[in-house]
Design a protein around this ligand. Structure first.
Ligand SMILES: C[S@@+](CC[C@H](N)C(=O)[O-])C[C@H]1O[C@@H](n2cnc3c(N)ncnc32)[C@H](O)[C@@H]1O
Length: 373
């Protein structure tokens, strides 16, 4: 049976990228950065590179909060309708994307519209600014973030914020990093062990945001999908507003903006106390097993990490949302391995046979070392 967070993986394979982020999810995340530093966005040019205002709550949120955040400029670009439809495996209708924002505006051109992306800008002015002040025009191209046109906007920006197409997550992150930009984007816990992503996490160049792979008010992160999106799969449902939604487990934010949660160490017990009092029977009864060919102990639960163990510890990938750089050093990671005959995918120290304990492969792990011991 597929696991729930396989939905994003499926989106990656099938290129189902039309998932729209909810306003309150954006607001909650941004608030966490403002609590840490109220000037996070002050005097900054913010680019939202996969965002159409009538669809994107990112554009809505940043336009509505332009003054409160102290933005210098907001730029939002959208991907051309025909490119969206061509990119999708799920059959979507062009009417899903034609918005009244565009069609009621004097610059609407029905021949240009399907093939061209749009750019929306909001500049600082003396009068009060809100979403109605957004100025727009068609882009020369289709609004692909990789195009020269949008890359120039990346270069102009200070901070890039969006929920990018899941299927292009690696390329999207690389594009941001090439521009050496600050960013806040949505991804999936699976991305942590990608070879393009993990080294950046290990070097503390990027980290997880405030909400990562967790429920808020009992709910996993939920996205709106277009009205013509087929309602198949248990994660898809019709909301109280009659619109279609999908819940995606394992979703969260990646960023290189600082926030308070990142610096809060997790509270842990000593190894002796874990062996006696751990909530996990496995730890109380079997203790911490060592890897066959790798000098580390296996810690199958983040809350069972021993406070006083000086060596390498292999912890679950989900540890990453509790990672505090003052508390731990990240050494290495490997991806899930079902068969010891399949070469391990590692990022550094872990070698081919190292993922085994008593001859059996282990799940994906991050290898960490406690600091200050
Ligand atoms: C996951 S959706 C999120 C949309 C919006 N950011 C939000 O969160 O509501 C990703 C969006 O990126 C668009 N997209 C897909 N490929 C793209 C590309 N190469 N360049 C720019 N946008 C792209 C898709 O059409 C889709 O609307």
């Amino acid at each position: 049976m597929p696991k729930k967070n396989d939905t994003l993986v499926a989106a990656k394979d099938k290129k189902s990228d039309e998932f729209y982020t909810q306003y309150e999810d954006i607001q909650r995340e941004i608030n966490a950065y403002l609590e840490y530093d109220p000037d996070t966005f002050r005097d900054k040019v913010v680019l939202l590179p996969c965002d159409d205002p009538e669809w994107s709550n990112f554009t809505r949120f940043f336009a509505q909060n332009f003054e409160t955040l102290g933005l210098k400029k907001l730029i939002s670009t959208s991907y051309a309708t025909e490119s969206k439809i061509a990119h999708e495996t799920v059959q979507l209708s062009i009417f899903d994307f034609l918005t009244s924002f565009e069609t009621t505006s004097p610059q609407f051109d029905k021949t240009i519209s399907p093939k061209h992306g749009k750019i929306f800008t909001l500049n600082r002015r003396s009068k009060k600014i809100d979403i109605n002040d957004l100025q727009w025009r068609y882009l020369n191209g289709d609004g692909d973030f990789r195009s020269e046109e949008v890359t120039r906007l990346r270069d102009e920006a200070d901070i890039i914020v969006t929920n990018p197409p899941f299927s292009l997550f690696r390329e999207f992150l690389a594009w941001i990093m090439q521009g050496n930009k600050k960013f806040l984007i949505i991804g999936n816990v699976n991305c942590v062990s990608y070879k393009e992503v993990f080294p950046l996490i290990k070097e503390n160049k990027i980290w997880t945001g405030c909400r990562f792979n967790e429920r808020v008010n009992g709910k996993i992160m939920t996205f709106r999908v277009p009205d013509s999106y087929p309602l198949t799969g248990t994660e898809l449902f019709i909301g109280e507003d009659g619109k279609r939604y999908i819940s995606v487990a394992g979703t969260g934010w990646f960023t290189n903006l600082d926030h308070g949660r990142r610096h809060q160490p997790i509270s842990l017990m000593t190894m002796a106390d874990n062996l006696k009092f751990s909530a996990h029977k496995e730890i109380r009864e079997c203790g911490y097993k060592e890897f066959d060919y790798y000098n580390a102990i296996n810690v199958p639960y983040t809350d069972a990490i021993p406070l006083d163990y000086e060596g390498y510890m292999a912890v679950p990938i989900s540890f990453i949302k509790y990672y505090c750089p003052e508390q731990f050093e990240i050494i290495d990671a490997n991806t899930i391995r079902k068969n010891l005959n399949v070469p391990i995918k590692s990022h550094g120290l872990i070698k081919d046979k190292d993922g085994a304990i008593e001859g059996k492969p282990t799940y994906a792990r991050i290898v960490v070392k406690k600091k200050g011991l």
